[in-house]
Design a protein around this ligand. Structure first.
Ligand SMILES: C[S@@+](CC[C@H](N)C(=O)[O-])C[C@H]1O[C@@H](n2cnc3c(N)ncnc32)[C@H](O)[C@@H]1O
Length: 250
């Protein structure tokens, strides 16, 4: 129980976000979801937070307030600078090779990645496909913000045209729905698994990365994705006693 003098984690996130000037609470209301997932980071000593999208540095201030023990790495197409507890690497998230190179300069362990960059669905999927597998620690948290662009029929942002809409097969939301099926792959026939992996690859989402998801939460305008730890593997891949119920009939 928290008394009036002791703000909840949600209230703390909201107050800090508004004071720092980021739109994460004021516009998006992310304080309703994030603290539930971020609480585990309070127990950690030194670690790295990676955020794609620097803007004017408002969310950098927020992460610094919430996690003073963390080193913060921002990636942005337009900015390069650094200070004692942060660095901003100039990189275009649409360039997979540049992302791979930037990763080499990011200190481990990385326990939190936020994609608040271009908001282009294709970039959201390709960035996730690389960073979730190669950069994030087990049990780490990956947040994709501003998935609203998946619903845009005719939008424009940061010079990118976004033509997607409900059920558009190239949208990030549609691709991430496939990751829900991938999370439940143990219950699929081998033919359906192959079909699923093929569909994911077509949509620009790497099955190798989605196979490392232990839990995913869809909330308003964001997806919060948790990475597996060793003990998840048996649950995800172990024998399924009802396998004959899921086999395709000849
Ligand atoms: C919404 S702002 C980030 C806001 C910041 N995270 C905050 O909450 O205060 C998005 C940023 O993404 C950057 N951006 C746009 N397209 C990008 C791309 N292709 N690669 C990397 N950064 C990009 C923009 O320069 C802009 O600074």
């Amino acid at each position: 129980m928290t008394g009036p003098s002791e703000p909840s984690n949600e209230e703390l996130f909201e107050a800090n976000a508004n004071a720092c000037g980021t739109d994460k609470s004021r516009y998006h209301g992310y304080h309703r979801f994030y603290p539930l997932f971020l609480a585990q980071l309070n127990q950690k000593e030194a670690f790295t937070i990676v955020e794609v999208g620097y803007g004017n540095g408002e969310s950098l201030l927020l992460w610094r307030q919430l996690f003073p023990q963390a080193f913060i790495v921002c990636l942005d197409r337009d900015v390069s600078e650094s200070g004692d507890d942060y660095t901003v690497i100039k990189v275009d998230q649409s360039d997979a090779i540049a992302l791979e190179e930037a990763m080499q300069a990011i200190p481990q362990p990385v326990h939190l990645i936020i994609d608040d960059g271009s908001h282009h669905p294709g970039h959201q999927l390709s960035t996730f496909s690389i960073f979730f597998k190669e950069l994030l620690q087990p049990k780490g948290i990956y947040i994709i913000e501003d998935i609203e662009t998946s619903y845009w029929l005719c939008g424009e942002l940061y010079g990118y045209t976004m033509r997607y809409g409900l059920f558009n097969r190239w949208s990030a939301v549609e691709a991430l729905k496939l990751a829900v099926d991938q999370l439940n792959r143990k219950f699929l026939s081998s033919e359906d698994r192959n079909l699923l992996e093929y569909s994911m690859m077509l949509s620009g989402l790497s099955p190798e990365s989605t196979s490392l998801i232990s839990m995913m939460t869809f909330a308003q305008n964001c997806v919060i994705i948790n990475k597996i730890i060793d003990q998840d593997v048996d649950y995800l891949e172990g024998a399924y006693p009802y396998a004959n119920f899921t086999a395709r009939q000849a």
